[in-house]
Design a protein around this ligand. Structure first.
Ligand code: FES
Ligand code: FES
Length: 173
């Protein structure tokens, strides 16, 4: 890949081919090594569910799960995903479009307003419940502390996560 500067010189854009697991599918992609994972997910894979809010690691709108940890994909270079397992909001919903239990409980609790923060919230909720199946409200708040919401006041979001845990317990008993 190359581009022409204003002075007419041709500069090489450094690229690297990365291979990783994306929402249960083995994928590869040649990326500009300066691009964030957020940019590559949206521009190269067309996964528009992961949002860019602040772009500087403050809001959590860009959250994805990598190898069992929630990260801000705006601060994570795409090349770092090489060899890893990445889950985006598209991987939380079933391939046929059926909502996950977490998403259903968000809807049920009225925890979604403008929705801009919600993909990141759902991602963090998923990892939180994977790590702590029966979290206290304090643990839910801590687990979602990297995600900002300008609309809901958080109460209903915490309710939704709590209700998901309760629903899973009913299923197990
Ligand atoms: S867009 Fe990544 S933390 Fe805000
Ligand atoms: S629902 Fe609007 S920012 Fe959270």
């Amino acid at each position: 890949m190359s581009r022409t500067t204003q002075t007419g010189t041709v500069t090489e854009v450094p690229t690297q081919t990365i291979r990783f697991t994306l929402n249960d599918e083995a994928v590869f992609c040649t990326v500009d090594i300066r691009k964030s994972l957020l940019e590559v997910l949206r521009e190269s894979f067309g996964l528009m569910g992961t949002k860019e809010g602040c772009g500087v690691g403050e809001c959590g709108a860009c959250s994805v799960i990598i190898d069992g940890r929630t990260i801000d994909s705006c601060l994570y270079l795409a090349t770092w995903a090489d060899g890893k397992t990445v889950t985006t909001i598209e991987g939380v919903t079933d391939p046929d479009g059926t909502l996950s239990d977490i998403q259903e409980e968000y809807v049920e609790a009225g925890a979604v307003q403008c929705g801009f923060c919600i993909p990141g919230m759902i991602i963090s909720s998923k990892q939180l419940l994977d790590d702590i199946p029966n979290p206290t409200r304090a643990e839910i708040r801590r687990g979602l502390s990297g995600n900002m919401c300008r609309c809901t006041g958080y109460q209903k979001i915490v309710d939704a996560v709590e209700n998901t845990a309760a629903r899973r317990n009913r299923k197990d008993s």
